[in-house]
Design a protein around this ligand. Structure first.
Ligand code: GDP
Ligand code: ZN
Length: 451
């Protein structure tokens, strides 16, 4: 075990609040067979569903349902786990939970079951995060990807890479003891070529992780253009059949301008620049400034123009305020009125797409252009639902490898060895094998209770 401090039993209602056919109270800890006996008057058989009455301290039934007993270490947490399935009413569930507390368990913190699974080596950190990602997944693509990480696909790739790096580190460190011919020794062992390959492997892993991160957090898109060029129409058209899941958060001025739609499972967070002008009152102006801040974080700008009019003087005012260095797709809308055909044209200042938001012609061209800019390549089953901290670790690993190679060219093999050590540490952070202590609280506190 990593360092499980206590066998203190914890309990929580694991099902969502409210009424349901079934509600589940989960208990994890040491010696739960005796706990089960006290609760039901029955000695539980491991991994067998028992129909039982859950009894209060006076022996009166609180509820009747199924009891499942998973003795550690073959359980979710690695400790004894008791699952009590009762009727899914809030009052019954609370009474059952209270009874478990009476029997010596304490209330579990959010994510504490999964945290124990991590501490007992049932899951590594990346897998534990995948549990939360699976529960939080907004699209089926994100859910599939999270499940793959939970299965350990991502962790295995990270481990493979780490093992190869360890081999190389041993080689480099061994040569440090023979200062005379160290470089020749490394050359003979093809250490530099192998390091190059490792760097490329890590890049490939980073790419897949980035894709997964895209599935998780999506792409920030700004719709910019003069009034009536068709921004709202385009938004509706793009959301298409996914319209049902469009979130339109009302409330503040800023939120009204945001919508989230999805293309191929990738969330697109769209900010409409409507209302960015003509600010008369202070509150509105603050909202507008916030919008511009968001626009500053855009990944893509959809720059709408009426295909009949083309780009005019009033457009320059908008363009002057758009963030620099952000890819722009010039959308020439209303081709049905301009008598043009759908098209995609490469131009120096961005790609031009000719379409009609009204008829839908050319929308596919825009969709694939958005996916292309997002860097979405259909890696299909290979994508890992990575988090920003995974990407950071992978990037650091890659940069350390590059630095190690540079050190080698300067004949500074001791510094090279140090870079390799740091590369390994960075990657170990993903699975929680290095420097995870401060992270644990942050990661697990974001889980729901009972998981
Ligand atoms: P916004 O102010 O930029 O959001 O523009 P809207 O989406 O509200 O559209 C302004 C007007 O143009 C509406 O009457 C739309 O129906 C119309 N419109 C938008 N796109 C097209 C298009 O591609 N073809 C045609 N014929 N009309 C369009
Ligand atoms: Zn509009």
């Amino acid at each position: 075990a990593r360092n499980l401090r206590t066998a203190e039993s914890i309990a929580a209602i694991a099902t969502a609040p409210g009424r349901g056919g079934i509600g589940v109270v989960r208990v994890s800890g040491g010696q739960l067979a005796a706990f089960a006996l006290a609760l039901t008057g029955k000695q539980p058989t491991p991994r067998l569903a028992h129909f039982a009455k859950f009894l209060d301290a006076e022996g009166r039934p609180i509820d009747a349902g199924l009891m499942l007993f998973f003795p550690g270490p073959n359980s979710y947490t690695g400790e004894d786990v008791l699952e009590l399935q009762g009727h899914g009413g809030p009052v019954v569930m609370r009474m059952l939970l209270s009874r478990c507390i009476e029997l010596g368990a304490r209330l579990a913190r959010p994510g504490e079951f999964t945290e124990r699974a991590f501490l007992n080596d049932k899951l590594d950190l990346a897998q534990a995060e995948a549990v939360a990602d699976l529960i939080d997944a907004d699209t089926s693509a994100a859910a599939r990807s999270a499940l793959r990480s939970l299965d350990g696909d991502f962790s295995r790739r990270v481990h493979d890479w780490r093992d190869k790096l360890v081999d190389l580190r041993m080689l480099v460190e061994a040569t440090l003891d023979f200062p005379e011919e160290e470089i020749d020794f490394l050359r003979a062992a093809r250490a530099f070529e192998r390091l190059d390959v490792l760097g490329a492997d890590l890049d490939a892993l980073l790419l897949k992780a980035k894709q997964g991160s895209l599935l998780r957090s999506g792409l920030h898109v700004v719709l910019a253009g003069q009034p009536n060029v068709g921004k709202s129409s385009l938004l509706n058209r793009l959301s298409g059949e996914d319209r049902a899941i469009v979130t339109d958060v009302a409330g503040t001025t800023r939120d009204v301008l945001r919508e989230t739609i999805q293309i191929e499972g990738i969330p697109l967070h769209i900010v409409d620049t409507a209302g960015l002008r003509d600010a008369t009152d202070t509150v509105e102006r603050i909202g507008i400034e916030r919008s511009w801040k968001e626009i500053g974080r855009a990944d893509v700008v959809l720059r709408l123009v009426d295909a009949r009019a083309g780009i005019g003087a009033a457009d320059h005012e908008i363009d002057a305020r758009l963030p620099e260095g952000v890819p722009v797709i010039w959308v020439f809308n209303k081709i049905d009125l301009a008598g043009r055909s759908p098209a995609r044209v490469d131009e120096e200042d961005g790609v031009e797409v000719f379409l009609s938001a009204a008829t839908g012609e050319g929308i596919d061209l825009l969709r694939s252009e958005l996916l292309r800019i997002a860097g979405w390549e259909a890696h299909g089953e290979e994508v890992f639902l990575a988090r920003e901290r995974h990407l950071e670790a992978l990037r650091e690993g890659r940069d350390r490898i590059a630095a190690a190679l540079a050190r080698a060219h300067e004949d500074a093999l001791d510094l090279m060895a140090e870079e390799l050590r740091l590369a390994q540490e960075a990657v170990n952070r993903i699975t929680g094998e290095f420097g995870a202590d401060d992270l644990l609280g942050v990661i697990f506190s974001r889980f729901c209770i009972g998981k």
